[in-house]
Write a protein that binds this ligand. Structure first.
Ligand code: AP5
Length: 218
C-alpha cells in the first residue's frame, strides 16, 4: 500500500502513522522527522531548513521534493505512508510524476480533520522522545512515568516550534498552502478518506483501520 496522510499540524499524523506502521508493516516517511534528523546531524539540508521550520513556514518545494522522492525510492516493496508530504499542490504534482515514472500510484489519502483550538491545546501538551521519536501528551496520551519515554527511558522534550506563536503561523500556512492538496487528490480521482481527528486517538485508529483493512484485502 502507498498512503498519503494529510492533516493540520497536531491533528495526530505522527501518532496515527506509528499505529498504521505497526499494523501493516509500511515504511513511515515523515518529512518533519527527516528534516529534524538532518538538523541534529548538522547537514547542509538541515541548515537550509532551519529558519523556515523555526518560524512555521514551509521549507522550499525543491528541497523537500528531492528529499522525499529519494526516501520513497528506498522504501521496501510492502509500501509506505507519507506523513507531512506533500504539503503544496506543486509537491503533490511532483510526487505524482515521480510515482508514475516508476509505474506506481497513491492508493489512498487519509485526511485528519481537527478544530484549530484543539491544535493549540495538543501542541502545548506534546512531549517527544529525542531517541525513538515516540510522541506523548501530558493531558491525553501520557507516558507510564512522567517525562520519560516508555520505549527507551529517554527524557522527553518539547519541540521548539510548539510555542503558541509558531503554532499560529503553522496553522495559517496549513490553511493557505496545504488544504488545496486535499482538492488536488479529490480531483485526481484518488480515494480520499476524511476522519474527525478531534476524537480520541484509539477511536481515530479504529476508524482508519476499517478503511485500510478493506484496501489491504482488496
Ligand atoms: P511536521 O513535523 O510535519 O509538523 P506538523 O505537520 O506541523 O505536524 P506535527 O508533527 O506537529 O503534528 P502531528 O499531526 O504529527 O501530531 P502528533 O501525532 O504529534 O513539520 C514541521 C515543519 O517542517 C513544518 O512547519 C515545515 O517547516 C517543515 N516541513 C515538514 N514537511 C514539509 C513539507 N512537505 N514541505 C515543506 N516544509 C515541510 O500529535 C500532536 C499531539 O497531540 C501529541 O502530543 C499527541 O500525543 C496528541 N494526540 C494525537 N492524537 C490525539 C488524539 N486523537 N487525541 C488527543 N491527543 C492526541
Amino acid at each position: 500500500m502507498r498512503i498519503v496522510l494529510l492533516g493540520t499540524p497536531g491533528a495526530g499524523k505522527g501518532t496515527q502513522c506509528k499505529r498504521i506502521v505497526a499494523r501493516y508493516g509500511l515504511q513511515h516517511l515523515s518529512s518533519g522527522d527527516i528534516l529534524r534528523q538532518q538538523r541534529i546531524e548538522g547537514t547542509e539540508l538541515g541548515e537550509a531548513a532551519q529558519t523556515y521550520m523555526d518560524s512555521g513556514a514551509l521549507v522550499p518545494d525543491q528541497i523537500i521534493v528531492e528529499m522525499m522522492v529519494d526516501a520513497i525510492k528506498k522504501a521496501p516493496d510492502v509500501g509506505f505512508i507519507l506523513d507531512g508530504f506533500p504539503r503544496t499542490v506543486n509537491q503533490a504534482t511532483e510526487l505524482s510524476k515521480s510515482l508514475t515514472s516508476a509505474n506506481q500510484k497513491i492508493d489512498a489519502v487519509i485526511n485528519l480533520k481537527i478544530d484549530d483550538q484543539v491544535v493549540f491545546q495538543r501542541m502545548a501538551g506534546r512531549r517527544s522522545c529525542p531517541q525513538c521519536g515516540a510522541v506523548y501528551n501530558i493531558e491525553t496520551i501520557k507516558p507510564r512515568i512522567e517525562g520519560v519515554c516508555d520505549n527507551d527511558g529517554a527524557k522527553l522534550i518539547q519541540r521548539p516550534d510548539d510555542s503558541n506563536e509558531v503554532v499560529a503561523n503553522r496553522l495559517e500556512t496549513y490553511h493557505l498552502q496545504t488544504e488545496p492538496v486535499i482538492d488536488y487528490y479529490k480531483k485526481n480521482s484518488s480515494t480520499v478518506y476524511d476522519f474527525d481527528a478531534n476524537k480520541d486517538a484509539e477511536e481515530v485508529s479504529a476508524l482508519v483501520f476499517v478503511k485500510l483493512d478493506a484496501l489491504a484485502d482488496g
